[in-house]
Every structure is written in structure tokens, then in C-alpha cells.
Design a protein around this ligand. Structure first.
Ligand code: ATP
Ligand code: MG
Length: 434
């Protein structure tokens, strides 16, 4: 087996095998479907392990978000074992075994032999489909705590690096030479910020050191992938902590340059307060198992650049508030999607949330009833509340709208209408126009 010098760095000569009595992973905490996949692979004569966040979180006594399986079977062999299986991905070919809503991701052990991989000028890995042994697979993973394997054959945990030790120390440490690993895949910098936030771990100094200097490499990453990462960062229950880490490492600027710029030139407290309160709100809703929509989140993150541009259009070009917001929204979104590809199904409601804001100023005649009947009223009202809590919008105006709904027997704390990923269908209260 050939390992590149970089990945040999934290390798240890023999794997450490932690037998079942010496760790706390119990099958009772593993999803039934993941167990089915593991047992079936084993029965078919393949090696099968649980790996990644599932093992890490179980060892930490947390509930895993999902379960990933690693095996020596090729994707085609996996497909032959499961009827409910689809092969996906080009850069990284995977098998998805589907059980209703749950998908178990099954990956074939990959080699750490980067010499053979296709790389871009900056060292980014473009093709990651060299199959290898479990040991090679361990060393090409990102962090030591993400490279622990739970073996279905004997229920032991296998550690090819310093994963167990780092887990106990609460330390996030990249496998191999950090700069090389960030160049191979700049998203690992975002993952460092995310796991530090989610797990409350300290980032090892060597892992931390190159991040600010290499943050610009995120410019090479496809915007669609960065959108997915943004969801993991901000719709995870740890949005506030993730935001702080990202800013600390100079990564936030790479994702939301217009927002970073607005926050750096703030004359008042409220732009930063609005972002904080918006993210806190998202974390709180997720903790209470309530749905959140990415549209609301991105509307919060981009509000300050949008507000400034709209204000300038009003001041300098004499546009009325509504067209000013419309035009500014077009520009802000066009610039943003060059970095983070927010899909149209989210940018459309974002624009609506924003353009409804000036309509809250009209509290006389038939206009309030018309606004209340707008399908996006709920989210727009929540947005107004945030603005008022942040000190940007008039709190008496927000209070007026709260009372207005209460007087009509509506519950103003109903929250955002779910949209997108976590959509849950619920009958919507349709207020009768008064
Ligand atoms: P969570 O699912 O809780 O967000 P996770 O660690 O399971 O965290 P996934 O994105 O599900 O993260 O990836 C599963 C595993 O695949 C990781 O634990 C890691 O071992 C490996 N991995 C994922 N992305 C990368 C990457 N960019 N570079 C190297 N290894 C990676
Ligand atoms: Mg995972």
C-alpha cells in the first residue's frame, strides 16, 4: 500500500481496536435500516462498517444526524446486494440504499493515493474514485474524529489515527498535512468551523493555522456545493456558533461577501444584532422541532446589503420604496448566487419577504387586511419582528401588527410557514378578509 507523505503524518503502525465492552456504542442507538445494510453486506461476504459522524456522535453520546456505511464492496457489488439501491455521484461514486424516507449512504473504501488523482492547479481533487483498503480509507477522511469505524463483525471500534484520543480531548484535528488537505478540498475549512461549532471542540492549532490564509480557495468550489454546506452550517441547530466561527476564520466573507462588507461598515448595532437574532431564532426553532425555511434565513443574512442598496436607490434615484427593494433584491441576489447558489425556490420567497416590509407601514383602510391575506404574510411579519427587536424597525409598528392579528383571532406566534427541505404539510389558516 502506498500512502502519500501528507496522509502518513498521523497514521499509526497498527490500528487500535476498542472491543465492545470498552466503548459505549450500542446497536439500540443505531438506525434499524443502517443495521440491516451492515448485516446484509456482511452476510454477502463483504466487510461492513459504520463510519463518520454516526460513530463520532454515538461515542459522544449524541444522536447522529445520519448513518454512513463503508465497505470493501464496489458500488456495483453493493447495488447487486440491495434492490432498493441507486448509484449516485461522479466525483465521488456512492450507493444510496433507500428505506422510505431514510437513505443509508454506502461508500466503497477509497485510496489515499493522491498522486494518481486528478487535481486542479490549486491542488483540488477532481476525481476521488480510487478504491482502496480500509486503512487508506481512514486516512483520506477529513478529521481524526471522523475516521473511526464501527465493525459489524465484532462490534468493535477501529481507530487508524488518533481519533479516540482527540474525541476524549474535545479536539478537532485534520488528518495529514492541513494545508495539503485544504487545497485538496477547500470545503474542509467550512467543515472545521461547522464541527467546532456543533461539537464545541477546540480546533488543533496546526489545523487552525492555515485557514484564514487559504479561505480564498473557497472561490474555486462550485456554488451549488457551497449552498449545501450553508444549509449544514445554518440549519443544523448551531447557526449562531457556526456564524461566529466562520467570521473568526475569515470564511464568512467567502460565502457572503456583501453581508460581511455591510457588517464591517456598520454605523449602528442593528445589522449584526439582526443576524444574531435571526440565527438564534433558527436554532431555537430547530431545538423545538419546528420547521425552518432557508428562504427566511437567507433573507436575514442578506437584509442589510439589500436595505442599504434600496435606501440608496430611494435617495439618489428617487425610486419609491417598493421598486427600490425589487431592484436592489435583483442585484443582491445576482451577486450572492455567484458564491452560494441559492435555488430559485428560495430566492422567490426571499424577495417576497423583503418587498412586503414597506407594506407594513400602511395601517389604515383596507391595506392591512390585504397584507394579512398575502400567502407570505406569516414570514414577512416574523421578519418585521426581528427587525424591530434588532432596533431597525419601529417596535410600535410591530406591536400594532401583533395586536391586529390577535384581534382577528389569529396566533401571531405561529411562526414561519415551512418551505423547502423540512416541509411538513399542515393546513394553513386562511384569514377571512375583513
Ligand atoms: P454530520 O453528518 O453530522 O454533518 P459527518 O461527519 O457524518 O457529520 P458527512 O458529510 O455526513 O459528515 O460525511 C461523512 C464522513 O465522510 C465524514 O465523517 C468524513 O469521514 C468523510 N468526509 C465527508 N466529507 C469529507 C471531505 N470533504 N473530506 C474528507 N472526508 C470527508
Ligand atoms: Mg453524516
Amino acid at each position: 500500500m502506498r500512502l502519500s507523505r501528507s496522509s502518513r503524518k498521523n497514521a499509526i503502525p497498527n490500528p487500535r481496536i476498542i472491543p465492545r465492552p470498552e466503548h459505549n456504542i450500542s446497536r439500540a442507538n443505531i438506525s434499524e435500516n443502517a443495521l440491516k445494510v451492515l448485516y446484509r453486506l456482511k452476510k454477502s461476504g463483504y466487510q461492513a462498517y459504520l463510519v463518520g459522524g454516526g460513530v463520532r456522535d454515538l461515542l459522544l453520546g449524541r444522536e447522529p444526524k445520519d448513518f454512513d456505511v463503508a465497505t470493501d464492496a464496489t458500488p456495483e457489488q453493493v447495488k447487486a446486494v440491495f434492490r432498493n439501491c441507486r448509484l449516485i455521484g461522479r466525483r465521488f461514486r456512492l450507493a444510496h440504499v433507500r428505506f422510505g424516507r431514510e437513505i443509508i449512504e454506502v461508500a466503497t473504501f477509497r485510496s489515499a493515493n493522491f498522486g494518481k488523482m486528478q487535481q486542479s492547479a490549486n491542488g483540488m481533487v477532481l476525481d476521488d474514485n480510487q478504491y482502496g483498503t480500509i486503512e487508506e480509507d481512514a486516512l483520506r477522511r477529513d478529521f481524526t474524529v471522523n475516521a473511526l469505524y464501527y465493525n459489524i463483525a465484532d462490534f468493535s471500534v477501529v481507530d487508524y489515527s488518533t481519533g479516540m484520543e482527540d474525541l476524549k480531548a474535545g479536539r478537532l484535528r485534520l488528518l495529514g498535512d492541513p494545508e495539503t488537505r485544504y487545497r485538496e478540498d477547500p470545503v474542509r475549512m467550512l467543515r472545521a468551523a461547522r464541527f467546532a461549532a456543533k461539537l464545541g471542540f477546540n480546533v488543533d492549532p496546526e489545523t487552525e493555522a492555515p485557514i484564514s490564509r487559504l479561505a480564498y480557495l473557497l472561490g474555486e468550489v462550485p456554488p451549488a456545493r457551497l449552498f449545501e454546506e450553508c444549509l449544514k452550517l445554518f440549519i443544523s441547530g448551531h447557526a449562531v456558533a457556526s456564524f461566529e466561527k466562520l467570521r473568526h476564520y475569515g470564511l464568512f466573507d467567502q460565502l457572503f461577501p456583501q453581508t460581511e462588507e455591510a457588517l464591517n461598515h456598520e454605523e449602528h448595532e442593528f445589522p449584526l444584532t439582526l443576524v444574531f437574532k435571526g440565527l438564534e431564532n433558527t436554532d431555537r426553532r430547530l431545538a423545538a422541532d419546528k420547521p425552518v425555511t432557508p428562504a427566511f434565513l437567507f433573507a436575514v443574512l442578506l437584509w442589510e446589503p439589500l436595505r442599504r442598496m434600496a435606501e440608496r436607490l430611494e435617495r439618489e434615484e428617487g425610486l419609491p420604496p417598493y421598486p427600490a427593494i425589487q431592484q436592489a433584491a435583483g442585484w443582491v441576489i445576482a451577486r450572492q448566487v455567484q458564491r452560494v447558489a441559492i435555488p430559485r425556490r428560495f430566492t422567490t420567497p426571499m424577495r417576497e419577504i423583503w418587498s412586503l416590509q414597506p407594506r407594513f407601514l400602511h395601517t389604515r383602510g383596507k391595506r392591512p387586511a390585504r397584507l394579512l391575506a398575502h400567502p407570505r404574510f406569516r414570514a414577512a411579519y416574523d421578519f418585521l419582528l426581528l427587525r424591530s427587536e434588532a432596533g431597525e424597525a419601529d417596535p410600535t409598528l410591530a406591536a400594532w401588527w401583533t395586536r391586529y392579528q390577535e384581534e382577528r383571532g389569529l396566533d401571531p406566534t405561529g411562526g414561519q410557514k415551512p418551505a423547502g427541505r423540512r416541509r411538513r404539510r399542515r393546513p394553513r389558516k386562511r384569514p377571512a378578509p375583513s
